[in-house]
Every structure is written in structure tokens, then in C-alpha cells.
Design a protein around this ligand. Structure first.
Ligand code: IFM
Length: 551
């Protein structure tokens, strides 16, 4: 990488000193009388060998720096202002009745924007651009937490996140071969350039659900944008090659041949490792397999030449498509009849429950105070697992089922991961636990601005930051998109008087405003769209651009 920096300084008696040691420092001094001021501007240009030949980097960064200085700080600032105005126009969430909360959410949204790779070669690291925690690695945090925010507010950035996965397919194929899979692709659990960087397999590499998480985001993207071009040229190939993983690590159970199971994986909950039939993994893999089969058939029928190109690229045997569809149909989703809950995996319910009563508060987070083996032996969850599946695959389960699962998992979940509270809050809203929903939401909304976990110095928590947006839009406003159908179920938290946000869906810009007695849907731009609130169908068009639902 080459980086060129300059600091024009105004002010009398300027002195500068450069120090190069462990880090490079430049010290500026000016002599000012009382009432006088000095201005220091910082211009910087970066170029990397991922984009240009090494030999060109310095010349390119010098030229970019000269151009920036030529434009001047005020003009650059204006450009940035215009860019940010566009961002806030789409992304702004307003909450009336709690300014501090609004500030927390805006802080989070700004961090998401500034941390996000937009070139299809970079992504968003778990700690954004603010700290060295997790070594700058990208995780599933992107697809399951951050992606929905960009999809709903800046779909072009969401598209670039998928381009990032597409350019990582080669490395994912190599990884699959390393893991003894003859076919298909396995995305890395944590990475920057595409290789698996996890040094700990039980709660790292074994989280194969990453493949289904990527597939889920492709499905959401396609259904929300209708971007056929993406599906045919990148999405389908990712979907199909990564779906093969499930056929490689899954199988029909010899004792229950009608059940397709997935073996020896770790689900999102990192306090339970290496299990058979993790509920989340199976539920997400089911969606992945059925969508891959559907897309394959769709392209085969509508665009045979594209199908032939993809099939050739991944050496597809057409019988695989039926295999995916059958495995999805037969996917085993564990359910315990006696308790009426979904076990997190085949053995989860048979383990002793963690002794919470005798665990002192200073022993949390558990991972810093107990050996993983001690934790793995118990029913104790670090983060949402079954509960996350209830949100993402919510149309498979009744509200009563969700409530029973929530009641079971909530007391045994420590939320030691910052990815947890927002999801519990969203599902709490859905099952009618409004006060608890609000408490969970409050644990997320100002997490970093108030350093609530005491570790913001290692970097912000980008998944939780996105989780605060999810908490408003998916939680209180109850938004879901199931198989392309958009729906809302808004509630207004007791201490707020009103909240509103904008969304972009299939080229339409929609404003949703939730008040005490009514919800107002406004079409701000676009040809129109149709969606539901409960049983009410709402159809907006340029002619009928507003619809009010009385609560
Ligand atoms: O991806 C997460 C994981 O779910 C919990 N531990 C931290 C990772 C990075 O945020």
C-alpha cells in the first residue's frame, strides 16, 4: 500500500518535527497570541496493490493528493456533505421522545457507513475501522446483521457486499477441498482476503452456517431488488456451489431415513460446539438448498445459455438439483414434544443447565473465566441461536411456538456476545413481551457511544450497531420479508411518541411513520408497491401515495 499525507498549516512561527520509530509522528507548533487561531488540514491518499500495480502506487497517490489539495478543504467538505445528505435521506431513523437514543442510533448508522467496503473487494470488519479487535476480520456479522440495513437503505452497497463473496468463491472452493469435500465451496468463518483465518475450529471454522447466511442474503437481495442480472451472473453460481456443502457434510439418518441431518457443526451459539443437527444451521441450510434448487430450475427454463455457462463453471451434474430439493424437504428440524420447544441440537436438552445461581457477576463473560470444555458441557448459550432462526425463518413457526422457545432460551442465554441482545429484543416484540423488547433494545442502541461492554477501545461492535437499526425496523415495526412478501406489525414503545424511517424496496422509497393510534405509509418515490400490515393489504402508487392504518 502507498499512502501520501500532507498537512497544510496556517499560523505564525510554524515549526514541524517528524519522528519515525514504532510509529510515525509529525509534530506541529505555531505561535499564537490570545484570540488568534491556526488551522491544520490533513489531506491523505491511499492506493493498494490489490487495485493497481505496485510500481504505480506512489505516483497515483501523489497525483490524487495534488488533486485534493487543488480542490481545497472547503470543496471536499461540500462533496462529503452532499454524499452524507443522500445517505441520511435514505437511512435516517427518527425517534420522538428520546434524543439520546436517536443520537445512539445515528452514531451507529454513521459508523456502519464509514466502515463499509464499497468496491466489491472489501467488506465490513467486526470492529469497523475503529480498533484492532478481531484483527480486521469479516464474519457472518455482515450478512445476517449489517446487510439488511444496507439492503433497505443503500441497495447498491448491499450489492457490493455480494460481489465481495463472489470474488471469494475461488478461495471458498479451495477451502472445501482442504476440508475433504469433493465438490462445492465453503466460505471462511473469518477472513479478509478469502482464506480461512480462524485459529480455533470448535467455535470458529466449524460454523459452516456461514454458507447459508450468504445464501440467505442473496435471497433477500434478489427478492427486494428483483436484480436478475446479479442472480444470473453471480448469485446463482454462489448459491449452487455453496449448497453442495450440505450434501457433503449432511446425510439421511440411517435410523430415520426420512430425515436429512447435518453433522458435526457449530451453530451461532459459541458456548455449544461440534453438534449434530444444530437447529439454526439446519433451518438455514434448508432455505439455502430449496432456493438453490429453485433458482437453478428458473435459470434453466428462462435462460438455458446462462444455465449451461454456470453448470459448466461448477461442473454441475443436473441430478444434484433434485438432490438439493429432496434434502431441503427432508431437512430435520429438531422439536421436543414434551417441552414444546426446538432443541438447539440433538444433545442440547440432555446436558445439565449451567449453575447460574452460583456464578458471580464478575465471572461473565464466561469465556474469559472458564475453559471452553467446561462451558460446552452445559446448557448455556452465549448468543441467540434458535431464537435467531425464529426471526429469519419466522414464517415456519407460530407465535406460540416462538414464545415457548423464547421462554426456554432466554434464562439460559448470557448475551456474552454483543450479537445477541438485539435478536432477543426483536423476537420479544413479536411474541408480545414489549417491556423486555425495550430492555434488550436499550442494551444495543447506545452500546458503543456509552461503552456499555467496557471494550469499545478494541473497536466498535458493528453487528450490534446494525442490530439497533434492526431493533427499530424488524423489532418495533415488525418488518419481515418472507419469500419476497413484505409485511409490518408496528408497535410504539411506551416512552416514545412517534418514530419513522425510510426504506428502499424494488426501486420504491417508502416512509413508515408509527404514532400512538396510527401507522402512516408514504410512497416517496417509485412506481408503487404492495405489502401487508397484519391482515390489511396496503397498495401504494403515485396516484395513492399514502395509506393510514388505525391501531
Ligand atoms: O461473529 C461473531 C460471533 O458470532 C460471536 N463472536 C464474535 C464474532 C465477531 O463479531
Amino acid at each position: 500500500m502507498d499512502c501520501t499525507i500532507e498537512h497544510p498549516v496556517s499560523g505564525a512561527g510554524l515549526t514541524t518535527k517528524s519522528i519515525a520509530g514504532e510509529c510515525i509522528k509529525q509534530i506541529f507548533g505555531v505561535r499564537l497570541e490570545q484570540g488568534e487561531s491556526a488551522t491544520l488540514s490533513k489531506f491523505g491518499a491511499y492506493f493498494t496493490s490489490r487495485d493497481y500495480p505496485q510500481a504505480e502506487l506512489l505516483a497515483r497517490s501523489k497525483a490524487a493528493l495534488a488533486e485534493a489539495k487543488n480542490l481545497g478543504f472547503a470543496a471536499l467538505c461540500e462533496q462529503q456533505q452532499d454524499y452524507l445528505n443522500g445517505f441520511w435521506q435514505n437511512a435516517n431513523v427518527e425517534i420522538e421522545g428520546d434524543d439520546a437514543l436517536c443520537q445512539g442510533i445515528h452514531f451507529n448508522q454513521f459508523h456502519l457507513l464509514q466502515s463499509m467496503g464499497r468496491d466489491g473487494k472489501t467488506n465490513i470488519s467486526a470492529k469497523g475501522v475503529t480498533g484492532e479487535g478481531y484483527e480486521g476480520h469479516y464474519f457472518w456479522d455482515t450478512e445476517i446483521y449489517v446487510f439488511p440495513f444496507f439492503l433497505a437503505t443503500q441497495p447498491e452497497i448491499a450489492r457490493q457486499l455480494l460481489a465481495y463473496r463472489y470474488q471469494g468463491l475461488g478461495a471458498a472452493r479451495e477451502r472445501a477441498r482442504q476440508m475433504s469435500l469433493e465438490k462445492g465451496a465453503l466460505f471462511p468463518w473469518r477472513t479478509i482476503a478469502g482464506e480461512e483465518c480462524s485459529a480455533y475450529f470448535p467455535a470458529g471454522t466449524a460454523q459452516y452456517h456461514i454458507n447459508a447466511d450468504v445464501a440467505y442474503s442473496i435471497k433477500q437481495y434478489y427478492e427486494t431488488t428483483g436484480d436478475d442480472e446479479f442472480l444470473v451472473h453471480e448469485g446463482a453460481e454462489i448459491l449452487m456451489d455453496t449448497a453442495r456443502l450440505w450434501m457433503g457434510i449432511g446425510a439421511y439418518n440411517p435410523q430415520h431415513p426420512e430425515r436429512f441431518g447435518i453433522y458435526e457443526v457449530t451453530g451461532p451459539d459459541e458456548y455449544t460446539a461440534m453438534v449434530n443437527n444444530n437447529f439454526y444451521t439446519n433451518a438455514m441450510a434448508q432455505l439455502h438448498l430449496s432456493f438453490a434448487a429453485k433458482v437453478a430450475q428458473q435459470i434453466k427454463t428462462n435462460s438455458p445459455a446462462d444455465f449451461a455457462r454456470i453448470a459448466n463453471a461448477i461442473e454441475l451434474d443436473e441430478s444434484e438439483i433434485d438432490d438439493w430439493a429432496r434434502a431441503a424437504e427432508a431437512m430435520y428440524l429438531p422439536y421436543d414434544q414434551t417441552l414444546g420447544v426446538h432443541p438447539q441440537d440433538d444433545n442440547f436438552l440432555s446436558k445439565p443447565v449451567w449453575d447460574f445461581a452460583n456464578t458471580p457477576p464478575e465471572n461473565y463473560p464466561l469465556l474469559l473465566n472458564y475453559h471452553p470444555l467446561v462451558i460446552y458441557r452445559h446448557q448455556v448459550c452465549k448468543q441467540a441461536d434458535v431464537v435467531l432462526a425464529l426471526m429469519l425463518r419466522g414464517n415456519l413457526f407460530s407465535v406460540d411456538e416462538k414464545r415457548r422457545d423464547f421462554d426456554y432460551y432466554e434464562p439460559i442465554t448470557t448475551h456474552d456476545s454483543s450479537l445477541s441482545a438485539c435478536i432477543f429484543g426483536i423476537v420479544a416484540s413479536e411474541v408480545g413481551y414489549h417491556e423486555r423488547a425495550y430492555d434488550f433494545f436499550m442494551q444495543t442502541a447506545r452500546m458503543d457511544i456509552d461503552n456499555m461492554h467496557g471494550n469499545t477501545q478494541y473497536g466498535v461492535h458493528t453487528a450490534a450497531m446494525a442490530g439497533s437499526w434492526l431493533g427499530v425496523v424488524y423489532g418495533f415495526a415488525g418488518m419481515r420479508v418472507y419469500d419476497g412478501a413484505l409485511q409490518f406489525a408496528p408497535i410504539l414503545p411506551a416512552s416514545w411518541t412517534r418514530y419513522q424511517f425510510n426504506l428502499t424496496v424494488r426501486g420504491n422509497r417508502l416512509n413508515v411513520t408509527v404514532e400512538r393510534n396510527q401507522v402512516i405509509y408514504r410512497l416517496l418515490e417509485g412506481n408503487g408497491l404492495s405489502f401487508k400490515q397484519g391482515e390489511t393489504t396496503i397498495e401504494l402508487s403515485p396516484q395513492v401515495s399514502q395509506f393510514i392504518v388505525q391501531n
